[in-house]
Write a protein that binds this ligand. Structure first.
Ligand code: HEC
Ligand code: HEC
Length: 301
């Protein structure tokens, strides 16, 4: 069952299993980093929904990222990529961590030279793309692999999309009602994606300090504190939360919203204070954790 619908592949990157298999090998290959210590999977670990459970991630030579690693599950459906919601495709994203000094710190020219010497990669490039291994092959195959990372079979999906009411507990169902009817969460985190794919200011801070979010892309002050709205699918697995991993638990996330945010001048008007009983908080959390689906792991043992 895939409630998100069929994956649409870009015209310039039609899907093939061979391509995705090549992308998968590259995704797990530490030779993509300068000193061969870090692969994409070092920060995007399959069993943690392709995150790393760290506030910030570690790259080459103890480097540290400025942000919390995002899940890659269902990234096939992203309208824009990254917390700044500025990249238009997964293909464009691939070279960012490779070249970033605190991540893989690799020069593209050197990397292509290195990977061409590996017969498995050079042969795959020729048979799948009919060309030498190059940046085109690298970015196309890794993103083809990323588009196979689908997770849409949570217990919530079984309940909601197949009308099987017995799949969720009473508390989980009550939590879904709180999420949709009592509160305003679905304004930004609507089913089935649990994100509206925009960049919003959810009032995480009164002042954003060093990381001002999307502001750094266009220098537009309306963008200060705006970050992509993350999906809530598999939220049980992807802690700590927010772009800077500053909130460790769901209870504290709920508290943040219940206080009505910190009141930054760009904060969305939707976010208003509310009161929930301890029982309702428990129910809301139970619903959020019913969005966990680890069936994708069958391919990663
Ligand atoms: C050192 C850790 C690290 C490595 C290595 C790394 N990433 Fe990431 N990744 C991150 C962090 C941190 C973010 C969030 C950055 C941001 O949005 O500003 C991220 C974001 C992403 C996103 C955006 C997802 C979204 O929802 O917008 C994609 C796609 C991605 N990474 C794919 C990859 C691929 C492919 C590789 C290997 C070529 C890779 N990453 C290597 C840490 C890492
Ligand atoms: C105005 C849009 C908006 C509304 C309404 C909203 N959120 Fe969010 N939510 C966001 C944004 C933006 C982020 C990411 C902020 C950041 O990274 O700094 C986020 C992050 C989260 C996260 C952390 C996700 C992660 O992977 O780090 C959770 C959990 C969450 N919201 C739950 C909720 C709940 C529960 C409600 C209802 C009480 C809600 N949100 C209402 C925009 C919204």
């Amino acid at each position: 069952m895939n409630v998100l619908g069929e994956v649409i592949h870009p015209v310039d990157n039609p899907f093939s299993k061979e391509k995705a298999d090549l992308g998968r090998k590259l995704f797990f290959d530490k030779r993509l980093s300068r000193d061969s210590t870090i692969s994409c999977a070092s920060c995007h670990i399959p069993q943690y929904a392709f995150t790393d459970r760290k506030m910030f991630s570690n790259g080459v030579g103890g480097g540290q990222t400025e942000r919390n690693a995002s899940t890659l599950l269902n990234s096939a459906y992203l309208k824009t990529v990254m917390f700044d919601a500025h990249l238009q495709s997964l293909e464009l994203q691939v070279i960012v961590p490779i070249q970033e000094h605190v991540e893989m710190d690799m020069n593209m020219v050197d990397l292509i030279r290195r990977l061409r010497l590996i017969p498995e990669y050079q042969n795959a490039a020729k048979s799948i793309f009919n060309r030498e291994f190059d940046a085109f092959v690298l970015t196309r195959s890794i993103s083809a692999f990323e588009r196979t990372l689908i997770s849409t079979n949570s217990r919530f999906d079984q309940f909601y999309y197949t009308n099987n009411s017995s799949v969720l507990t009473k508390d989980e169902k009550e939590g879904w009602k709180i999420f949709t009817d009592k509160l305003y969460c679905t304004k930004c985190h609507p089913a089935p994606y649990f994100t509206n794919y925009t960049a919003e200011n959810n009032g995480l801070y009164y002042e954003y300090g060093k990381d001002q979010g999307r502001f750094r892309i266009h220098g537009d002050t309306n963008d200060i504190g705006r970050f992509k709205v993350p999906t809530l699918r598999n939220i049980e697995l992807t802690y700590p939360y927010m772009h800077d991993g500053s909130i460790p638990t769901i209870e504290e996330v709920i508290k943040h919203y219940a206080k009505g945010g910190k009141g930054h001048y760009n904060q969305s008007d939707i976010i208003q204070p509310f009161e929930l009983s301890d029982k309702e908080i428990k129910q809301l959390k139970a619903f959020l954790f019913s969005l966990t689906d680890t069936s994708y792991m069958i391919d990663f043992h």
